[in-house]
Design a protein around this ligand. Sequence first.
Ligand code: ASP
Length: 325
Amino acid sequence: MTTRLRTLSAILATATLFAAGSAQAEYPERPINMVVPFAAGGPTDSVARSLAEAMRPSLGQTVVVENKGGAGGTIGTSQVARSAPDGYSVLLMHVGFSTAPSLYKNPGYDALKGFEPIGLVVDVPMTIIAREDFPPNNVAELKDYVLKNKEKVSLANAGVGAASHLCGTMLMDALGTELLTIPYKGTAPAMNDLLGKQVDLMCDQTTNTTQQIDAKKVKAYAVTSLKRVPTLPDLPTMDESGFKGFQVGIWHGMWVPKGTPKPVVDKLVKSLQTGLADPKFQERMRLLGASVLTADANPQALTAKVTQQVPQWAELFKKANVQPQ
Ligand code: ASP
């Protein structure tokens, strides 16, 4: 190579490096799409919208929430798995992320290899609720009533693999009977039908039920955490209501498609951590009964969670003889 050529290629290499460096430094240059794989106005949506707001200042861009409900959250989740790995498609999903691989023959994504994890977000307890005029007034009466009227009682959920489906399945198991289950694209539309008295029962997250319980628009029986929820102090736990060990907590995480460049992932991790530390976000979550997982808002913690949960759920469903659909 002549000296001139060497100089020229050195200049070109520097220019390329500079271009790559500046492109990364500029991320995000446009609004980011945060996919919620459930209907608008529901529990995941309300976490997502508060978080989108809390992450905006550190990203310097708007985070737009896109609701893509259906099939227990697998439709929206697989949409993100197939999106360009450029940091503009972000998924906010919950425990269902790691149950779907054993509940669906083809969930449309690979929970262990299809994403770059950003971090854990919040943990949310659930509540067992009914339409406001449903006859039973406590968990013991509920069991009695349901056993006597099982062919009449309906249970709403957000599709196979959704939190409401998992909790509903545990509830039917605890009550000792199968019920007619009605799937929705999220528990927001399910809540509408519960308020409209078209469906009887639901197990749903406090992020969707607290307001309706406080306003006495639904009847509430119990929470699914082992300890009472501070914002719903009068509501007993399932555990204290005679269903020892009944516990469901819904962890949420954030992911981007596999192959998203590390600097972009790093920026999202930082922004998630900043967002979770925002006092307004924390207060909003507290009022909805959710715990903010500040210490686990990192890729390592989410990887550990999913790696542990995918085989654990597979084992559990196998034991319960639940066949993938
Ligand atoms: N999280 C879902 C929603 O936002 C409901 C569920 O998982 O049960 O509607």
